[in-house]
Design a protein around this ligand. Structure first.
Ligand code: THG
Length: 366
């Protein structure tokens, strides 16, 4: 693969000096920002993530801040998830849809207070949609991208490492909750969340200048824990069934097709854009849905959709795939038509290297 030409459009993060010093070997671009993809090898990174603790530069999970009297109203317009019971200090995984019910993003929303929210976005230019709604509906709310950069600490030793830097009170943070903790005189949101199934935290680092001091403090405190720089790991996130916007779902898909129906309460999400369209699909049910797919044989990297076939007819597609050391098979994520989405359905997948056998599973591996 060729290199990424550095330029102002591909934004560096507050942690980029640390990532480069740690020997990053691959980058992707996410929200117009650098996102590391590999440090040692994807397989070595995977084993280390499952056994120790890693610090991830996920500053590319940019925040959209809503601030003002209409912030809560705008947030509920954005998602079919019912936000009425959400309290300050909670994080919600929220599908965001357009007027047809098509997925625009699948962020984590943080409620800081009734009139202040962060939307921690996946890879699409959601800011423009949010600003357009606020402007079009003449809402009394400021919408911008603050200088906040998530730094994830993931892996079985994440509790210990974060407690050493932010104090033992971080151990009591519950899943998808956050609290405010001091680092060198700056108050930062620390949440128990992250894009892995290994457990851990995300620190919403306030201020670019505080990025490297915190990065260095974590590595200093975690020497004996074998802390390393890491990144969202392709194999582990497929094993865990963590979806990737732009890969496993696009604007072509409804939340129900993505298996995100459990995060929709469209009936009670009053004022949400796309409500009528989603009420229809919720009633009729989706005709295709995300599934775990097991693939036999050697496979190349999945950089385009691979058709899933049954008796020569297309019945879906594989959108992410990788060889899993722990499960001894190729793990994959696909979208499968309802005629073939049941457990153990046997299909063929048309990879660039040839046809492979594929088996549908109703549950992911982790
Ligand atoms: N953390 C934060 N922002 C993010 C991500 C993140 N923005 C981009 C991207 N990741 C958004 N996508 C996801 C996908 C899955 C999850 C979080 C964000 C996730 N899912 C859990 C699961 O499926 O097991 C739990 C969801 C729940 O039960 O509420 O964590 O990772 N800040």
């Amino acid at each position: 693969m060729a290199v990424i030409a550095p330029s102002r459009r591909i934004r560096r993060t507050p942690f980029t000096p640390g990532v480069e010093a740690a020997g990053v070997k691959g980058y992707t671009v996410y929200n117009h920002m650098l996102l590391p993809t590999v440090f040692d090898s994807v397989v070595a990174d995977y084993h280390h993530l499952k056994n120790a603790v890693q610090v991830w530069d996920v500053a590319c999970e940019r925040q959209i801040e809503l601030r003002g009297p209409d912030a809560a109203r705008l947030m509920q317009m954005l998602t079919p998830r019912d936000l009425r019971g959400m309290l300050p200090g909670q994080c919600y995984y929220v599908p965001i849809v357009d007027e047809t019910g098509g997925m625009l993003n699948d962020p984590v929303a943080l409620k800081l207070s009734e009139d202040r929210w962060w939307i921690s976005i996946a890879d699409s230019d959601l800011l423009f949609w949010v600003k357009g709604l606020a402007y079009g509906y003449r809402l009394d709310v400021l919408v911008d991208e603050p200088d906040i950069s998530p730094l994830a600490v993931q892996g079985p030793q994440a509790d210990e490492l974060v407690a050493r830097v932010f104090g033992d009170a971080t151990r009591a943070i519950r899943f998808f909750r956050f609290g405010w903790f001091d680092f060198q005189g700056v108050s930062m949101a620390v949440a128990r969340s992250g894009y892995s199934k290994q457990g851990g935290y995300e620190i919403y680092v306030d201020g670019t200048a505080n990025g490297m001091p915190l990065w260095n403090a974590l590595f200093e405190a975690g020497k004996d824990l074998d802390v390393r720089a890491g990144c969202p790991n392709l194999i582990e996130r497929i094993e865990g069934g963590l979806l990737s916007y732009g890969n496993d779902m696009t604007r072509e898909n409804t939340p129900h097709e993505c298996g995100l129906g459990r995060f929709c309460s469209t009936q009670t999400a009053i004022g949400c854009v796309g409500r009528d369209a989603l009420l229809r699909v919720a009633k009729e049910g989706p005709t295709q849905q995300v599934r775990a797919i097991e693939i036999a044989g050697a496979i190349p990297p999945c950089d385009r959709a691979w058709p899933l076939m049954a008796k020569g007819k297309r019945v879906g597609q594989v959108t992410s795939a990788a060889q899993s050391p722990d499960f001894g098979v190729n793990v994959a994520i696909g979208m499968v038509r309802m005629t073939h989405w049941d457990e153990a359905a046997t299909l063929q997948v048309d990879t660039p290297d040839g046809m492979r056998e594929a088996v549908v599973h109703e549950n992911f591996w982790l």
